[in-house]
Design a protein around this ligand. Structure first.
Ligand SMILES: O=C(O)CCC(=O)C(=O)O
Ligand SMILES: [Fe+2]
Length: 199
């Protein structure tokens, strides 16, 4: 909490124990191809898939399936904790599994634009055990002047939180199939008279 307040982001290396991570990792790896969709950019009517920008495949989590529900419930507890400690007024949470096949990437981007999104706080949770530096696939977080703030190896159990409209970031190409869960805590804000759709 202190680091989130001070820097606007925090990296938590062991948010979940490896036994719990491997349940989600195995679940993700064993999902059939049809359970995934090509990731897009933008929302609602501006929605496009652009594989020059991002090449991951995603799956939105829903409470209908036990493994997905458990993750959502845990992140709901975290939402309540953050609201209690930091008064952030986070209203709800949405998240998707992401699978980056070898060589795939997500170019530099912001997850939200000031005043145009109700995404407030980004969460990225990594699932791959034994991910090495030589495997690549790092998350790079940039500062206001384009300087590198953090280079994060996507190792199982690690959780990254950052303010969605503040940090440009990218996913570098990796050597292995890379699995993660990306999510956003959101405000219940209506934007331009239109309620922001959930996805
Ligand atoms: O997987 C990551 O490290 C970050 C993913 C990301 O930036 C996104 O899905 O918006
Ligand atoms: Fe992102």
């Amino acid at each position: 909490m202190d680091q989130l307040v001070e820097h606007g982001y925090v990296i938590v290396p062991n948010f979940l124990a490896s036994a719990q991570c491997s349940i989600i990792f195995d679940y993700a790896r064993e999902l059939p191809a049809g359970a995934w969709q090509q990731a897009g950019i933008g929302r609602a009517d501006q929605y496009t898939t652009n594989t020059a920008v991002r090449q991951d495949k995603i799956r939105w989590l829903s409470p209908a399936l036990a493994v997905e529900r458990d993750y959502l419930q845990m992140m709901e507890h975290l939402r309540e904790l953050i609201n209690r400690e930091l008064f952030m007024g986070l209203f709800d949470y949405e998240c998707h599994l992401a699978h980056y096949p070898p060589g795939s990437f997500y170019r530099k981007h912001l997850d939200a634009f000031k005043g145009r999104s109700n995404r407030i706080l980004t969460t990225v949770f990594y699932l791959n055990p034994e991910w090495q530096a030589t495997d690549g696939g790092e998350l790079v977080i940039y500062g206001d002047h384009g300087e590198v703030l953090e280079t994060v190896l996507p190792q199982a159990g690690k959780l990254v939180l950052f303010l969605s409209d503040r940090f440009v970031h990218e996913v570098l190409p990796g050597q292995r199939d890379r699995f993660s869960i990306t999510g956003w805590y959101r405000l219940n804000a209506s934007i331009g008279g239109v309620i922001d759709p959930t996805r």
